[in-house]
Design a protein around this ligand. Structure first.
Ligand SMILES: [Zn+2]
Length: 345
């Protein structure tokens, strides 16, 4: 028996050393260590041996098995090292792999178009962090201490700052308006600037609402801002975005940071004013609140309300994009569905 095993070992090692390819190596590995190998056969027949011999043969087969495994691994590494990076002949006539072409997200595209429009009107494009604080999101903007928007059901407050207040109580910004005071504190007046970006609200999603969505806010602060200059701003933007005159209407609106405030509606372009899911079946859609900056907000920005005045507009970017392309569900824009996004290329 020992003789047989010795022969198995010698032959096996010889075979391993003659292997030329990785494919061949796998065949040899199976032949030498697999279930139908000579070693396996010896093991199977061991039960017929005397106990003393059984022990010896057992040790020997285990040893051979280990030697085979080691040599096979060695050979494998050798073959991998020798293998050329370019395997086989090279055919330069085979077409290359097609690289898929990306495109700007329709909301990003809209943001760029608006930036262009505002830059041409002499505005600066300003941006700030997505994380804000109670001071910038509410206190500076004349929100009453008990205003419902301050509650956690509307605003995402950051964990660990619940017990704090003012600049130390942090949140994901629920609107962009906080950025206006930050800008004015830094740059003073007169000023005309826009500040686009995502905002976050803790609300139930439906065809018109998302938890994170994009806004685009513009503010002019100067000594003599009339209501009509705000209206010109609105018309210019809508015409720029839609390439034609858009019907709008203004309603009284109340926002803590404006006095007076307005809701600016545009005719629903999805249904042409007839009524649909997007416009809540009334033919008009609220695209931007706006209004004259509240004296208390000017005071937060260290500006004298007797001297300065200003006009805000705040565009719901997602909704404007829905209108531009006639899309009736805002959730599609954030679904990361490439089939949908490719429609805008
Ligand atoms: Zn409609």
């Amino acid at each position: 028996m020992e003789e047989t095993l010795k022969k198995v070992k010698e032959e096996g090692l010889e075979t391993i050393s003659n292997v030329k390819t990785l494919e061949e190596l796998e065949v040899v590995r199976k032949d030498l260590t697999g279930k139908k190998s000579k070693l396996a056969e010896v093991m199977q027949n061991m039960r017929n041996l005397a106990p003393e011999e059984k022990k010896q043969v057992g040790m020997l087969t285990t040893e051979i098995k280990n030697v085979f495994a080691e040599k096979l691994d060695q050979k494998e590494q050798e073959l991998i090292d020798q293998k050329s990076v370019l395997d086989g002949p090279i055919d330069l006539s085979i077409p290359g792999k097609k690289v898929s072409e990306g495109a700007l997200h329709p909301i990003t595209q809209m943001k760029y178009d608006l930036n262009d429009a505002f830059l041409s009107l002499g505005f600066e494009v300003y941006s700030e962090d997505d994380i804000s604080s109670e001071k910038y999101a509410f206190d500076n903007l004349n929100f009453a201490k008990d205003h419902p928007a301050r509650q956690s059901m509307d605003t995402y407050w950051l964990e660990g700052t619940e017990d704090k207040e003012g600049a130390e109580r942090l949140c994901l910004r629920p609107h962009l308006t906080g950025g206006s005071v930050r800008y004015l504190l830094k740059h003073g007046a007169p000023a005309r600037f826009v500040y686009p970006g995502p905002v976050f609200r803790n609300e139930t999603t439906d065809a018109r609402h998302e938890r994170a969505f994009y806004q685009y806010e513009a503010l002019i602060v100067d000594k003599n801002i009339s209501f009509s200059s705000g209206m010109v701003m609105i018309q210019t933007i809508l015409e720029k975005v839609f390439g034609r005159k858009i019907n709008t209407r203004m309603r009284e609106g109340f926002f803590p940071f404006t006095e007076p405030g307005y809701e600016i509606d545009m005719e629903c372009l999805v249904c042409g004013g007839k009524g649909c899911k997007v416009c809540n079946h009334n033919g008009w859609i609220e695209v931007m609140p706006g209004g004259v900056i509240h004296p208390n907000v000017l005071k937060s920005a260290n500006l004298d309300p007797e001297e300065w005045t200003g006009f805000y507009i705040n565009i719901g970017l997602d909704r404007l994009v829905m209108m531009r392309y006639g899309v009736d569900d805002v959730r599609l824009f954030h679904s990361a569905d490439l089939r949908f996004l490719k429609e805008f290329k």
